[in-house]
Write a protein that binds this ligand. Structure first.
Ligand SMILES: [Zn+2]
Ligand SMILES: [Zn+2]
Length: 738
């Protein structure tokens, strides 16, 4: 009797055996419905074998095997296995959670129209249909015939735009012989002779980068495309994508933010007009996501543009992997399976023996280090691609002598005034939304804090609310200090809303636009904002890091940076790296076209090496400096880390658990006779309380990735045996947040 070994979405790292009446190795990778306790679950058939350790009377039978879509490929299954082993996460959870929700459900979706994109064409007999014989009230039929006339083909998506019923109608017509169903042809754009616009001319640096990768297109290499802001990395991607398409390959492009998707997507669509481009991100509904995923699996979609989760997309003809803004921390998943999409993208490239390109103006120090030691190939773009566009001039405003009431230095106000008079845009960057970060009692020093988190409540003046940016808790303003009763409680410090208020007082005639997560919450809002900026309907922008990433504002001449000093002295060893990347990105928004850009940083530490390096646009100097410090201190990339994170309702429970885990770690190291593993004492997390849970962690590190992995495997097995019903814990391999 054949046995199915099935991966299920349960927190136990094992495969589950089920009996079945018939099965063959070709069923591996298919979805299967099985009984699990009192429930039914959907799993993936991981193996088909003939024996099982489960006694015959305990062995249950699979309920149904679904053949409606192709099985997962061996490559994809190997990726999941790697992911499960490397991140010490149950295989079934890795697999099932990476699939579109619709194919995870017990009721298989009606996939007919989703599986293959079909295009419809009128046949000869369809053309001869006498339209006057169709009643005029049947508008859908008339519209559909009209849309199909003149040899036009419609795909199901276009057809659905006419009416929800058209796809059904088209199928009926196909049966009648009025239309012909054709599977969407896989088209390639490289022989597109109808292109109207000539391609932009490449700079010598861009050509060199394109040629280097193109010459080694059929082998695995990781290329760090390291280009200053505005140096035209996207054009390098586009040329290499064109090459991949011409060789009938698929391309996977990972990007950090959903906000960037529409912009990049439109650039790609404009260049590759005939290619099916699919965009996969969290803003899609379940049907859209399923549709994109299946198009990728069937090879209909040739370019897949997506955020983190898209790294798990099935891609049978993968020929090129690109990770744009590779330094961005959003590539690391921060809950559940804590994977790095960037690292998995490189793994996929290695699997397929194809190039992986990691692009950034400010590479992560991990990637930069690998380029320095020649693990990665280093491609540099040191000049801006637009003619006459120079890098902006960056200056610090020394705030030690000046303490302006408005929070804005005279020099910055003056520069904004200049911009206004020359009808240029300026941008004030402050990475803190809300009106003020603190509500303070001036009599006793009380501050409003969140009951559920170890954080202060942020003042939102517009809706007169205090809000926790960590758990979402909101409450009204107190009338007096809850501690001493004094009515003199006031907002302290500033966020985007307060800067907006100040600027509208200073420049009442200016058109001011604030851009942060409070103002851009709806889908598509971002696109409207971009249009507003491009049409020059804004004079002054105020924004958080939402504005810092990848956007092109041709008329932006001035960037003012407020309150960035805080990050200089953070306990997070990566804070400097992240601040530098952020400031470099936001500074890079200025002077993209022929407007000369200027950046002014308000700081009390104008001589700090970070600001010095920024002023000289010298990433290398700062990066080498930080790397030297990390080497001495024993931080990544010179060591590899794993963090055991634990949380519970009581502090004691967390501490007890971590102490037991610590003892287990020490004895594991002793048993392994391994001197290369460093075990730290348990400490509180940076956010010691979050959403009512007490949080702490235990850090393990090693100079050897292999030895760390070996240790983690042994340790993890023992951790799984600890009683932990009231504790939530997880191993975070290569953690980026503490
Ligand atoms: Zn008070
Ligand atoms: Zn909170």
């Amino acid at each position: 009797m054949p046995i199915l070994r099935v991966a299920l979405n349960v927190p136990i790292d094992t495969l589950f055996d089920y009996a079945t009446t018939e099965a063959s190795p070709s069923d591996i990778g298919l979805r299967v419905c099985v009984p699990f306790g009192a429930r039914k679950l959907i799993g993936i058939i991981w193996d088909v074998c003939t024996e099982t350790a489960i006694p015959a009377d305990k062995l249950k039978s699979a309920i149904a095997v679904f053949h409606d879509i192709q099985p997962l490929s061996a490559d994809l299954m190997a990726l999941f296995s790697f992911c499960s082993k490397y991140y010490h996460h149950p295989l079934g959870m890795v697999v099932i959670n990476s699939l579109p929700a619709k194919i995870r459900s017990i009721k298989p979706p009606t996939l007919k129209s989703e599986i293959q994109d079909v295009v419809y064409l009128l046949t000869e007999s369809g053309r001869q249909v006498d339209r006057s014989s169709i009643p005029a009230r049947n508008t859908v039929m008339h519209k559909l015939l009209e849309a199909l006339s003149g040899n036009t083909q419609l795909d199901s998506q276009q057809a659905r735009k006419i009416s929800a019923h058209t796809v059904k109608l088209l199928r009926q017509w196909a049966e009648k012989g009025w239309v012909e169903e054709k599977h969407d042809e896989i088209l390639s754009d490289t022989n597109d002779s109808t292109r109207k616009l000539p391609l932009p001319e490449l700079t010598p640096e861009q050509s060199a980068a394109v040629n280097s990768v193109a010459m080694q297109f059929d082998q695995f290499n990781t290329w760090l495309l390291h280009g200053v802001t505005g140096s035209g990395k996207t054009e390098v991607y586009l040329r290499l994508i064109a090459k991949a398409l011409s060789e009938n390959k698929q391309v996977l492009i990972l990007i950090p933010e959903i906000n960037l998707t529409p912009q990049l997507e439109s650039v790609f669509r404009a260049r590759f007009t005939k290619t099916v481009i699919v965009s996969l991100h969290s803003g899609l509904n379940n049907t859209e996501r399923l549709h994109g995923w299946l198009q990728a699996q069937n090879g209909i979609a040739r370019v897949i543009l997506g955020t983190r989760l898209a790294v798990f997309t099935p891609l049978p003809d993968l020929g090129l992997v690109i990770v744009d803004e590779e330094h961005d921390s959003s590539f690391k998943q921060q809950d559940g399976l804590r994977y790095s999409a960037r690292d998995l993208a490189v793994f996929r490239a290695k699997q397929a023996q194809i190039p992986a390109i990691l692009g950034s103006a400010t590479p992560s120090l991990e990637s930069y280090h690998k380029a320095l030691i020649s693990r990665y190939h280093h491609l540099r773009l040191n000049h801006r691609a637009v003619k006459n566009a120079a890098l902006p001039r960056i200056d610090c405003i020394d705030m030690r002598s000046e303490k302006p009431k408005t929070g804005l230095a005279g020099q910055l106000i003056h520069a904004i005034k200049d911009c206004l008079s020359q009808q240029q845009q300026s941008l004030i960057f402050i990475n803190r939304r809300g009106y003020a970060p603190v509500l303070l009692c001036y009599a006793c020093g009380w501050t409003a804090t969140c009951r559920r988190c170890s954080s202060r409540l942020v003042v939102h003046l517009q809706d007169k609310k205090l809000s926790c940016h960590h758990c979402g808790h909101r409450e009204g303003f107190p009338y007096a200090c809850p501690q001493c009763g004094d009515p003199d409680i006031k907002p302290f410090g500033r966020g985007t809303q307060r800067v907006e208020e100040t600027l509208s007082e200073l420049f009442p005639a200016a058109r001011i636009l604030r851009i942060d997560r409070d103002s851009i919450s709806r889908k598509n809002a971002w696109q409207k904002v971009r249009q507003t900026i491009h049409r020059r309907e804004v004079d002054i922008l105020i924004g958080t890091q939402l504005l810092a990433k990848g956007h092109d504002f041709p008329n932006l001449a001035l960037v003012g940076i407020l309150d960035s000093d805080l990050s200089l002295f953070s306990t997070d060893f990566r804070a400097g790296e992240h601040l530098f990347a952020q400031l470099m990105q936001v500074s890079g928004r200025a002077g993209r076209a022929e407007v000369t850009g200027r950046v002014l940083i308000q700081t009390e530490y104008p001589n700090h090496p970070l600001y010095q390096a920024l002023q000289q646009h010298n990433y290398d100097a700062l990066a080498k400096n930080i790397l030297a410090e990390r080497k001495i201190a024993g931080f990544p990339p010179y060591v590899f880390q794993a963090l055991l994170r634990a949380e519970a309702h009581s502090v004691n429970m967390v501490t007890d658990f971590l102490h037991t885990a610590h003892e287990l770690a020490c004895s594991t190291v002793e048993d392994m006779k391994n001197k290369n593993i460093e075990i730290f004492d348990p400490v509180s997390a940076t956010m010691a309380r979050l959403k009512g849970m007490e949080r702490a962690h235990l850090l393990i590190q090693s100079g050897s990735r292999q030895e760390l992995q070996l240790f983690l495997t042994n340790w993890h097995r023992q951790l799984n045996l600890l009683p932990s019903s009231k504790i939530r814990w997880i191993l975070d391999v290569d953690p980026v947040e503490f």
